[in-house]
Write a protein of this length. Structure first.
Ligand code: PLP
Length: 421
């Protein structure tokens, strides 16, 4: 029985009646002939998408960077998977669980343009990237390069290997407003020495939304014999890309962020020839050293979450990766272009369109970021997060595809008032 038949046999994978998806199909038919940049500005279309979500009315949610809630359709499917796994009990675990998980990993591989056997499902970005950092054969004096703007959890994992093996961590700083790609490439290049083993870079810096020139950094590092690990927590299902075009060696992400998989779902990509270079986090002698599955010993875990990846992909792919990217970029530019040049406003995200998408960061002179977030919430009912460090002082603003321009008008009005004092 092949994987597809397995999923059918368990009745898992085609559960809740896809009411919204059918409506979505009809909706998409009506706009399919239009360019994504054009659809990005169509408030009627996105209002229909918004109807697919249950949104808390107490505040305007501009803090989708932490994680993205599921649309109702995915949530219902997820609950059905939970119900079905509970119904089938250990029969499911002993028969179809592994094949279903592999089938979901293969769908993810297709989605990002990887080969089957290069992708595993993890719990999140932290687990994905720490599997690489902790799994390399480090020797005392080996060097790793990363940026102060990188996520703290990975930085702490590098501190762990520093304490354990004597690895030397070199920290660079990425400017919020680079003059060119080359400026960023050079910052990383200057930190590389003959002892450098690994470079960690963000695909999209979480505190500013800055998209880095990943391919150019990878080409530079590879020319110097250094591998590159990409933190893609915010890029997958946010911007449309193919992993082979990046040519990185390792790539980790959290699927509960922009793909809107239930919480506790992530993905790790490892370029085929690098798989054998890693020690697994947990002992597993299932297979040859070039088989990625030996790095994916999870023990018993919420397997219904794995199944919801398929539903989240169905939803995302219907909307269309490029359409979603363009809508998110449009929303960010909708508010940021209105305030960028106002006195007292400090934009911490690059101005050029290709260097950012849905996420941006804005500060106001004289207002500490935490106070700004506080006032936005208390006075204007706008939920954001204050960021104060690593050269970034402001609130991170992350709309999602259900955000309306009316909501952003409230935000722009708030910024104008607060900046005017
Ligand atoms: C850039 C970046 N990397 C890694 C992570 C960690 O993600 P998780 O907690 O899902 O592992 C985050 C979380 O926000 C992030 O923004």
């Amino acid at each position: 029985m092949n994987t597809r038949d397995f999923i059918k046999a368990t009745a898992i994978g085609a559960v809740a009646a896809p009411h919204f998806l059918k409506r979505l199909d009809r909706l998409i038919e009506g706009i399919e002939h239009r360019a994504p940049e054009d659809v990005a500005t169509d408030e009627d279309f996105w209002a229909e998408i918004r109807r697919g979500y249950r949104l808390k009315p107490d505040y305007i949610n501009l803090e989708n960077g932490y994680y993205c809630i599921m649309p109702k359709e995915t949530l219902e499917n997820y609950i059905d998977h939970l119900r079905e796994v509970n119904y089938q009990g250990s029969w499911y675990m002993r028969t179809n669980q592994k094949a279903n998980k592999e089938s979901m990993a293969n769908r993810l591989a297709n989605f990002i343009g990887a080969d089957h056997g290069e992708v595993i499902i993890t719990r999140n970005t932290t687990e994905s990237l720490d599997t690489v950092i902790g799994g390399l054969h480090w020797e005392a004096g080996d060097e790793a390069v990363m940026a102060e703007q990188d996520y703290f959890a990975m930085r702490q994992m590098f501190t762990l290997v520093e304490k354990r093996y004597g690895v030397v961590n070199k920290i660079v700083s990425v400017p919020n407003h680079p003059k060119s790609d080359q400026e960023i490439v050079d910052i990383y290049a200057l930190a590389i020495t003959s002892k450098t083993r690994l470079l960690m870079i963000c695909h999209m810096i979480n505190i500013t939304g800055h998209i880095l020139p990943v391919r150019k950094i990878c080409d530079m590092a590879h020319n110097k014999g250094v591998d590159v690990m990409v933190d893609g927590a915010h890029a997958v299902a946010h911007i449309d890309f193919n992993i082979k075009d990046l040519d990185c060696d390792y790539y980790g992400t959290s699927l509960h962020k922009w793909l809107s998989v239930p919480l506790g779902s992530g993905m790790l990509y490892i370029k085929r020839d690098k798989i054998k270079t890693l020690w697994p986090m947990f002992g597993d002698f299932c297979c040859d050293e070039d088989v990625i599955r030996r790095l994916n010993h999870t023990g018993t875990h919420p397997v219904h979450t794995d199944l919801a990846i398929g539903n989240a992909l169905d939803f995302h792919q219907r909307i269309g990766p490029k359409r979603k990217e363009e809508r998110l970029r449009y929303l960010q530019r909708y508010w940021s272009d209105q305030v960028r040049d106002l006195p007292g406003i400090i934009m911490n995200t690059p101005k050029e369109k290709h260097r950012s998408c849905g996420i941006a960061n804005v500060g106001i002179e004289g207002i500490p970021p935490r106070d700004l977030a506080d006032r936005l919430l208390k006075v204007y009912r706008i939920w954001t997060v204050g960021i104060d460090g690593h050269g970034v002082h402001g609130c991170r603003i992350t709309p999602n595809i259900y955000t309306t321009t009316d909501e952003l008008d409230v935000f722009v009005g708030a910024l104008r008032e607060l900046a005017a004092g």
